[in-house]
Design a protein around this ligand. Structure first.
Ligand code: NPW
Ligand code: K
Length: 482
């Protein structure tokens, strides 16, 4: 599944029509599928449909007709001046005897659900005047809002803040970069010819179908030395400070992602946990002899982070570089040595590596992740909402995860988990996107059960469950194709 820009989506629509596909069918499916989502979410609650004059408005008029046929009360207000398919959609609705009032007269009533069909991918700039006010009124009304294709106004402000959004044909960048405005996200297939959606040049949205085949197989003859051993190097002890938990959490993450054995190289005095690890207490960053296929380095390293990373490089093993190991000269040393590595910065660390502010990075994580991958020649996991994985020209945007994961140590668990996948033989880009997806899914499972207040170790504990759901094809996606 690819992440479209609004322009790329319009191009696909246009190409479908050039191939002879009747665009009215696309609109009919869009409105009908959106009506289905409406019924599922809001049952027979009456609808207030606000329709613009373009095709997004046309989708809303189709939806109104389908809701009417299902026995849902509809009040419809539309901009004037429809042409083409939108005009046909209007005529079809009028033929059912529905009154369509002018948008200027739209009023909000308690108990109604607002259907936002004002603007979709055709919006050319920020809303002003009447439409800016209308959008603010929608937001102030305090009613549930179902947005068709995009909450109107996105990617600019002001924009509608929706309870749920039905994206048509494909997800578009605002769906993932401005997810807050979209509410619950649904993806509706509307009959667009498949080849038009297969755009290798666009970023991937990580999906269960694409990731399942990457899961390392475990043959009957497996033993702990054959399924991937991980070395974790991190922690700091000095100047009255001790960071001890981070490497332990990485070790847990690695085991829970299926590592056969985890070596824990950490400062003397670090608790001997998890019990299952092989311990190498050291006075300062060193690389003891150990049998491993991949490393996770830097967690809780504090001022030792850089030294851990440069020592670890001597092993010449695929390595996850996290937190205090994330320095430009470390990345450069790995690139020069040709050692495959995955960098796992958050926006602040990525900003440090790129010479940009955390805000700039967070505002456009796709561009930042690609720039960092290009600059370092390594795979990059840019952690955030959404987390973006980049390597060379490839970009993968992760749809799993939630704000409950914003708690100390979850990043350490992720590093260990990715290292376990590297140790099992996955390539850096694949280990990164699979690890990120499962880590986010584990967080989603927990958030559903417990809400906010998770512990990082619980996220590690939930990894096997996430993995099994993916393995068995039972992931209920954050948004689902129907
Ligand atoms: N094409 C297809 O095959 C399919 C498309 N589908 C649906 O169509 C949607 C795209 O439809 P679209 O291209 O008609 O654009 P849309 O979002 O309705 O807005 C256009 C209107 O906005 C106006 N406008 C623009 N900027 C503005 C501004 N800043 N402030 C104020 N007004 C502004 C612009 O005015 P104009 O510039 O033309 O005067 C025009 O009137 C897409 O999201 C999906 O829902 C589906 O049915 C599937 C098949
Ligand atoms: K809309």
């Amino acid at each position: 599944m690819r992440l479209f820009t609004p322009e790329a989506m319009r191009e696909a629509d246009r190409k479908a029509v050039e191939r002879g596909y009747p665009s009215l069918l696309l609109m009919e499916w869009a409105g009908m599928k959106a009506a289905r989502v409406y019924l599922e979410l809001f049952g027979k609650a009456p609808a207030l449909v606000l329709a613009g004059k373009g095709n997004n408005g046309g989708d809303g008029l189709v939806l109104a007709r389908h809701l009417l046929l299902e026995g849902v009360g509809v009040r419809v207000y539309a901009a004037g001046g429809q042409t083409g398919d939108a005009l046909l959609a209007l005529q079809a609705l009028l033929a059912h005897g529905v009154e369509v009032g002018p948008l200027e007269e739209a009023s909000f009533r308690e108990g109604e659900v607002v259907v936002d069909a004002l603007f979709g991918t055709g919006l050319k700039g920020p809303l002003t005047d009447f439409y800016a006010e209308l959008v603010e009124r929608v937001n102030r009304a305090g009613l549930p809002v179902l947005a068709l294709d995009l909450p109107s106004g996105l990617p600019f402000s002001p924009h509608v803040r929706a309870t749920a959004t039905v994206a048509f044909a494909a997800l578009k960048t605002p769906h993932l970069l401005q997810r807050e405005a979209c509410g619950k996200l649904y993806l509706a297939e509307i009959g667009l010819p498949k080849p038009l959606l297969e755009r290798e040049d666009l970023p991937e949205v990580a999906s269960p179908e694409a990731l399942r085949p990457l899961l390392p197989k475990r043959p009957l003859t497996a033993h702990k030395g054959s399924v991937g051993r991980v070395g974790v190097l991190g922690g700091y002890k000095g100047e009255g400070l001790r960071y001890a938990g981070a490497p332990l959490l990485a070790a847990l993450g690695a085991y829970r992602m299926g590592a056969g054995l985890v070596h824990l190289v950490a400062p003397e005095g670090t608790p001997l946990e998890p019990l299952e690890a092989v311990f190498h207490p050291v006075p300062s960053p060193t690389l003891p002899p150990l049998k491993a296929e991949a490393l996770a380095v830097g967690m809780g390293g504090g001022p030792w982070g850089r030294a851990w990373a440069l020592k670890a490089l001597e092993a010449r093993l695929p390595t996850v570089l996290d937190a205090d190991a994330l320095h430009p000269e470390v990345a450069e040393a790995y690139r020069k040595a040709g050692v495959p590595a995955v960098l796992t910065p958050h926006a602040g660390e990525a900003g440090r590596l790129l010479g940009a502010s955390p805000e700039e990075v967070a505002k456009d994580p796709l561009t930042a992740a690609r720039a960092l991958a290009e600059r370092t020649g390594l795979a990059v996991v840019l952690k955030g909402n959404p987390t973006v994985v980049a390597e060379g020209e490839r970009l993968s945007v992760n749809p799993t995860g939630n704000p409950a994961l914003a708690t100390g140590g979850t990043g350490d668990v992720l590093s260990g988990a990715i290292a376990a996948l590297l140790a099992a033989g996955l390539r850096p880009f694949d280990a990164a996107r699979l690890g990120v997806y499962l880590h986010g899914l584990a967080g989603d499972l927990l958030a559903e059960e417990k809400g906010v207040g998770l512990l990082a170790r619980e996220v590690a504990e939930a990894l096997p469950r996430a993995r099994r759901l993916l393995q068995e094809g039972r992931v209920s996606p954050a948004f689902f194709p129907r």
